[in-house]
Design a protein around this ligand. Sequence first.
Ligand SMILES: *Cc1c(COP(=O)(O)O)cnc(C)c1O
Length: 384
Amino acid sequence: MSERPAIEFIDLKAQRQRIGKAMDEAILKVVHDGNYILGEQVAQFEAGLASFCGAKHAIAVANGTDALILVLEALGIGPGDAVICPSFTFAATAEVVAWMGATPIFAEIDEATYNLDPSAIAAAIETARKHELTPKALISVDLFGQACDYEPIEALCERNGLVLIADSAQGYGARYKGRVAGGIGAFATTSFFPAKPLGCYGDGGAILTNSDEHAELLRSLRFHGKGSYKYDNVRVGVNSRLDTIQAAVLIEKLKVFAEEIEKRQIVAQRYTAALKDLVTTPYVMPDCVSTWAQYTIRVDADRRDAFQEALKAKGVPTTVYYPKPLHLQTAYRHFPVAGNGLPISERVAREVVSLPMHPYLDEETQDYIIAAVREALALSAAAA
Ligand SMILES: *Cc1c(COP(=O)(O)O)cnc(C)c1O
C-alpha cells in the first residue's frame, strides 16, 4: 500500500501535466509584457467566459465573494432589505448579504439535489415581510456543481419582484435544460478559487449578466468607481480586479474546460454505478449536467466519523461540505429562518461526505477508492 502515490482530493498536478507548459508560457508572457493589472488577457478571458455560458457580459473580479458583493452594491441592497438564500452552502453566500447591512433569510433545500427548494420561497418572502424587511433578491447556489431547478425559481422571482442572483461558484458551466449555468439569472457569479471546477492559481472571480447598464456599473465599481478614465471617480467603488496573470492561466484552462466537464461525467458515473446500492449517491435532475465540483454521498450520521477515519487509514481523503448549515453558525444564527425551521438542511449536513473527484482520476485509483469505501462502510457499520 505504501507504494501507491498519495491520492489527492482534487488533483491539480494531473491537470498541470496536460496543460502546464502552455500555462507557464502564458504566465511568463505577462511577466515579460508587464501589463499586470487589466492587461489584454483580462478582456480576452472575459469574452471567452461570457461566450462559454451564453451571457452577454463577463466582469472579472478579485474573487467569488467580491463578485456577489458588487452585484448587491450595484442593486443598492442594504439595511431594511431581505435576500433569500439557502443555509446549506459555503458561508460567502449569506456573508455578502450581512456585509451589505441587509438581512439573509435562510430557506430550505430540496433533499434530492441539496439546492434551494422552489417551494420554500413563498415562506421566505412571508418571513421577510413579518420582519418588516423588503424582499429584494434571491441568491441561488448551484451546490456541488448541479444547477438549481431554475424554471420555477425564475417564475417565482419574476412574480415577486426578486432579482435572481445565481451563485455559480461551483456550478459555472453546468447544463440546465439546454442552458448553461453562468448564463442563468439576472446575474450569475463564479469563483476561480483553485479547487473550483474552473480555478486559477490564486483568487479570482467573475460576474455574468446580460444587462449593458449593470455591466458598465460593475466595471466602474470594481475599479474605485471610475468614470471615463482611471482618475475620474464618479462613485464610491472598491479595488476588485482579476490579475492579468490569473486571466492568462484561465484562458488556457477554459480551452480544456468543456472536455474536463465530460471527463468528470465518466468519473461520477463510475462512482454511482459502484456505490448506488450501498449509500445515497448524488441525484442529477433530468436534462441536466453537473460540473461535479464535489461527488457527495450520504451515510448514516452516527457512522460518518468512523467512515472517514477508515478511509483516511487507507489513504483516501474525504471532506464534509458543509458540517454545519449557516443558520446554526455563530455569525448567522440571529438571522431569520423561513417557515418552520430547516430540518432537511440540518439532516443533510450531518450525513454528507465528499469523495475525491477531478477530471484526471484514473480508473485504477478510482477502483481503489471504491473498494476502500466498501470496506469503510462495513467497518463503520460494525463500529456503530
Ligand atoms: C467558493 C464559493 C464562493 C466564494 O468564492 P471565493 O472566490 O472563495 O471568494 C461563494 N459561494 C460558493 C457557493 C462557493 O463555493
